[in-house]
Design a binder for this molecule. Structure first.
Ligand SMILES: [Fe+2]
Ligand SMILES: [Fe+2]
Length: 172
């Protein structure tokens, strides 16, 4: 086995091959490096602009909410597969909130509760709207970023949320 490190969340994946997506934050393969070459964004000293601080705080709020929504949806899911998928996505979204707190040098995320529907179909609709909103918002944040690493971060997050939509659409 080898150690691979995600440039976005900084977590290590140990295995034979580099995964196609980071199992922790969902960043795509191109953000995952051989351990010796990794310089994760969360491990860098970044002088954040006011805009970056504002956008990272918005990211935190959105991700904590998304994570809680996935937890609720996991509780209502009709099949084990969907339940397990939602539980994983809840952890991925929480990881996104953790990234924001690391960069903001603030406390670890406080989880909240979020209501959801009893029906999978209604929840699918709700979460797809949320993920689409996140994808577009992070694209905008990437454009607004003056720091190169913050630009990279929001690009990776935007793609990760886009991939969630693709995944969930398989179940519609
Ligand atoms: Fe990651
Ligand atoms: Fe997210």
């Amino acid at each position: 086995m080898k150690t691979f490190i995600c440039e976005i969340c900084g977590d290590a994946y140990v295995g034979e091959e580099k995964p196609k997506n980071c199992p922790f934050c969902g960043a795509r393969e191109n953000f995952i490096k051989d351990g010796k070459d990794a310089n994760p964004i969360v491990n860098q000293e970044i002088e954040l602009s006011e805009q970056a601080v504002k956008n990272l705080k918005t990211t935190y709020d959105l991700e904590v909410k998304a994570s809680a929504l996935y937890v609720c949806m996991a509780g209502k899911a009709k099949t084990y597969e969907v339940k397990a998928m939602y539980k994983r996505l809840a952890k991925v979204e929480l990881e996104h909130a953790v990234i924001a707190t690391k960069l903001l040098k603030s406390d670890r995320p406080v989880t909240t509760e979020q209501g959801c529907d009893d029906e999978d179909a209604e929840n699918f609709k709700k979460i797809i709207l949320l993920e689409e909103n996140a994808t577009n918002l992070y694209k905008k944040f990437a454009e607004e970023a003056t720091e190169q690493n913050i630009k990279v971060l929001f690009t990776a997050l935007s793609q990760a949320e886009e991939d969630h939509i693709e995944l969930i659409k398989n179940y519609l």
